[in-house]
Design a protein around this ligand. Structure first.
Ligand code: GUN
Length: 313
């Protein structure tokens, strides 16, 4: 909390749901135009096995498709499927001209060679932007489908008119899905970028140098008050379902409603950042849930529509 003689301020929550709705409203006329030309945008979603978290994510992706008039096909092969069998599924969607986008939900079971699967998705159907061809386009700052979560974060910062150029952005986490593409997108917006990871010396000191801090580690509550400088914009990408009571109380103990929710369900969804510290010290922050999560889906819809428009051309 920043305190001045006339009172105290805390961070403004960035409303991912509102921005998602805004993006969806902008997509509706484009989807209608495609449908008028008998070319409804369509996505094939492949969910291997029965990971509960992945099931929830895929369900909400498919629900959003239905709300917007994007056709979705979902296939749910058994967790024991081989790489070759999964390649056959991907290939059938590659050859199907009615399909604009292919999404293979990760994580995949251990026996699957994930890189081989990613390489097999036709780059012009790569709604996730994970294919090396599209990653190359991102590096070169050329138009191509972009990884949805970092693209959504950039969209959110822009729509809230949070300036990026010249700012020092610190990203914690170096995954191919978030950390690395996030660094490139912020760089293309003219931020000065630092990427931190598990081998970074004095993580807290690096984080305190951030004007914009993006936490994408998958470690609940890793980022604490000690990592946040007053006024920092804090983007929490973490989606961690925790069951450990001590950790849950450390992170949400200040919030009666969330304590009650934990006592009832014996689990709770938290980010990578201590929520109270984030609210009190930041200038703007993304809450978990309701911050970054909805934007990932919005950008998936946006990528699908873009690919459909390109396929029509
Ligand atoms: N698993 C977690 N996030 C994502 C994502 O954005 N795309 C896919 N395909 N899998 C994920």
């Amino acid at each position: 909390m920043l305190c001045y003689p006339h009172g105290c301020m805390s961070g403004v929550a960035l409303d991912g749901k509102r921005i998602k709705e805004e993006i969806e409203q902008e997509l509706r006329p484009r989807i209608a135009a495609l449908r008028e030309r008998k070319r409804a945008p369509s996505i094939a979603v492949v969910l291997v096995g029965d990971d509960p978290a992945s099931q929830i994510y895929v369900r909400s992706k498919i629900k959003t498709c239905a709300e917007l008039g994007i056709t979705s096909i979902d296939v749910t092969p058994d967790s024991k499927i081989s790489t070759e069998e999964l390649l056959d599924i991907v290939d059938s969607f590659n050859r199907d001209s009615a399909i604009d986008g292919i999404l293979v939900q990760s994580p995949l079971p251990n026996q699957i060679d994930e890189r081989t699967i990613l390489l097999a998705i036709a780059p012009d159907k790569d709604v996730d932007g994970f294919h090396p061809f599209n990653v190359g386009n991102l590096v070169a700052n050329r138009p191509a489908p972009r990884a949805c979560t970092p693209a959504g974060i950039i969209e959110m910062l822009k729509r809230y008119r949070i300036s990026i150029a010249g700012k020092h952005a610190v990203i914690v986490g170096r995954s191919n899905i978030v950390g690395k593409p996030m660094a490139l997108m912020l760089l293309h917006e003219n931020a000065t970028v630092t990427i931190c990871h598990s081998r970074t010396r004095d993580l807290a000191a690096e984080c305190r140098r951030a004007d914009i801090l993006v936490a994408a580690t998958g470690k609940a509550g890793l980022i604490t008050a000690n990592h946040i400088q007053p006024g920092t914009v804090v983007v929490d990408v973490g989606m961690n379902r925790i069951t450990n009571e001590t950790l849950a109380m450390r992170l949400v103990g200040y919030d009666e409603k969330r304590v009650a929710a934990f006592r009832k369900n014996r689990q709770i969804l938290v980010g990578d950042v201590d929520p109270q510290a984030m609210q009190q010290i930041s200038s703007y922050y993304t809450p978990v849930p309701g911050g970054v999560g909805p934007l990932t889906i919005a950008m998936l819809m946006s990528n699908t529509v873009l690919l459909a428009e390109q396929h029509l051309q």
